[in-house]
Design a protein around this ligand. Structure first.
Ligand code: IPM
Ligand code: MG
Length: 358
């Protein structure tokens, strides 16, 4: 029996609802497979804890989860707590503390899901956005001075290091190499940002020589948004800085039908630290507690988690179950145009796993 330890951090808003649903599905998968076991430990970190104790997670939080095989994360964000506190106090503290420098965001239109682009439907595009996840515009370097005075200044300095850029490039090239089209688009804004982004271009040109089998092209981030909308079939793997890929991945999620289905993996590829898997959608306080959150982003993130653990059989089975449910269209959540509750979608996916005899 293969055994794994997962740290579950549901966090804020709809996080607990969708992570609860994801754990239910993982349970059915391990029953069905019978040859691996997932042991889950729960951590009540987040904005409620911040209100109680003044911190989103305990001081030794990273040590508490360091030895887990993976982290399953819901969301961080609360209308009563400033966003930079919830973000830096939990999610970024984990991403940066565990050097999860590769953020992987797949996007495609699932069967039965309506694409907002006229004339496009399931199978028409299949992208993976690779987001640099440790530095750049999210480095946290900067400051504010002379608060409240006319001379007040605020600065966020984007920090790009050769190590940081080269390792995310290599990660993206390696990923592109495993895919049928072997196509990598490097996104920058090196016309306007003439230092760090030009260094991206230089490092890209160097690393590219190590991967002669990968076809590459380069885009400025503004032009990339146009290409995603007007020529989506021309894209395969995309690599971009922390902020640029943050923006592009929301667009990618919307084009694939809804932010509610989009998954992500925050990877420490060297496996020195645990990696973290989470839906992209965030805390969605407007629908919290209503039981209508779409759990598909959380399920798809669980697919990525299983792949990372090496349980590719279970990962494929879960993805197939999700796709059977969306294709059938009987248990569609509100964001995909249906009326199914979180529990309905979860039950349908669990039933599809049980019924799958492949
Ligand atoms: C994401 C989110 C976060 C980010 C927010 C919640 C801070 O938008 O995962 O894309 O910007 O990284
Ligand atoms: Mg985002």
């Amino acid at each position: 029996m293969r055994e794994y330890k997962i740290a579950s951090i549901p966090g804020d808003g709809i996080g607990p609802e969708v992570i609860g649903a994801g754990l239910e599905v993982l349970n059915v998968l391990q029953e069905r497979a019978g040859d691996f076991r997932i042991e889950v430990a729960h951590f009540d970190w987040g904005a409620d804890r911040y209100r109680r104790t003044g911190a989103m997670m305990p001081e030794d939080g990273l040590d508490q989860i360091r030895n887990f095989d993976a982290i399953y994360f819901g969301s961080a964000g609360d209308p009563q707590v400033p966003d930079h506190i919830t973000l830096w106090g939990l999610r970024l503290a984990i991403c940066q503390g565990f050097d999860q420098y590769a953020n992987v965001r797949p996007a495609r239109i699932l069967p039965g899901v309506k694409c907002p682009l006229v004339g496009y439907g399931p199978g028409d595009f299949d992208w993976v956005i690779v987001r640099e996840n440790s530095e750049g515009e999210y480095a946290g370097v900067g400051g504010r001075a002379h608060r409240g005075h006319a001379e007040e200044v605020g600065m966020d300095v984007a920090v790009f290091t050769r190590t940081g850029v080269a390792r995310i490039m290599r990660f993206a090239f390696e990923l592109a190499r495993t895919r049928p089209r072997k196509l990598l688009t490097v996104v920058t804004k090196s016309n306007a940002q003439r230092h760090g982004m030009v260094m991206w271009d230089d490092i890209f040109a160097e690393v590219k020589t190590e991967y002669p089998d990968v076809t590459t092209d380069k885009m400025l981030v503004d032009a990339m948004t146009t290409r995603m909308v007007l020529n989506p079939k021309s894209i395969d793997v995309v690599v971009a800085s922390n902020l640029h890929a943050d923006v592009l991945s929301d667009l990618a999620a919307a084009l694939s039908g809804s932010l509610g289905i989009a998954p992500t993996a925050n990877l420490n590829p060297e496996r020195k630290f645990p990696s973290m898997f989470e839906p992209i959608h965030g805390s969605a306080f407007d629908i919290m507690g209503k039981g209508v959150a779409d759990p598909i982003g959380s399920f798809w993130s669980a697919v990525m988690l299983l792949e990372h653990l090496g349980e590719s059989g279970a990962a494929t089975r879960l993805m197939r179950a999700i796709e059977r449910v969306t294709a059938a269209g009987e248990a569609m959540p509100a964001d995909l145009g249906g009326t199914a509750t979180t529990a309905d979608v979860t039950a349908a996916v669990c039933a599809a796993i049980r019924a799958d005899n492949l």
